[in-house]
Ligand binder design. Structure first.
Ligand SMILES: [Zn+2]
Ligand SMILES: [Zn+2]
Length: 124
């Protein structure tokens, strides 16, 4: 199984994921904008059992980040781990989003991703 690794900007937190993700998305919602400081988040979801982490994180509303450098990293529960793909060492990644959320908050200079399902808000 393919293993991909990633880390925060300072290297204190390291993660790895095994195999292909369950889904890959982009979200333009206000929470993602404010949390990331950018126009959208690019993330993928793996089964929680295919996710490993090292190094202590800080957490706000379930979103883990590095307490030293502030990099936004992941959220995880018993079932799934959602990883912000910008932390992977593979850049660019080979991942293409299959859906976009909160397109009503999308910057007007961004085009819809070809073939990706488009949702005005969250997925139903
Ligand atoms: Zn860090
Ligand atoms: Zn969002």
């Amino acid at each position: 199984m393919t293993v991909l690794s990633g880390k925060c900007h300072c290297g204190h937190v390291q993660i790895s994921v095994r195999g292909e993700p369950l889904r890959i998305g982009i979200c333009h919602c206000i929470d993602c904008r404010q949390e990331s400081g950018s126009a959208f988040t690019f993330y993928a979801v793996w089964s929680a059992k295919h996710f490993e982490r090292q190094g202590e994180t800080a957490e706000f509303h379930g979103q883990h980040f590095c307490p030293h450098c502030g990099s936004r990293l992941f959220s995880v529960d018993d079932r799934e781990a959602e990883i912000k793909l910008g932390i992977l060492s593979e850049a660019p990644t080979h991942f293409v989003p299959s859906y976009e959320l909160w397109i009503k908050r999308r910057e007007p200079w961004l085009q819809p991703i070809k073939g990706a399902e488009q949702y005005e808000e969250d997925r139903e």
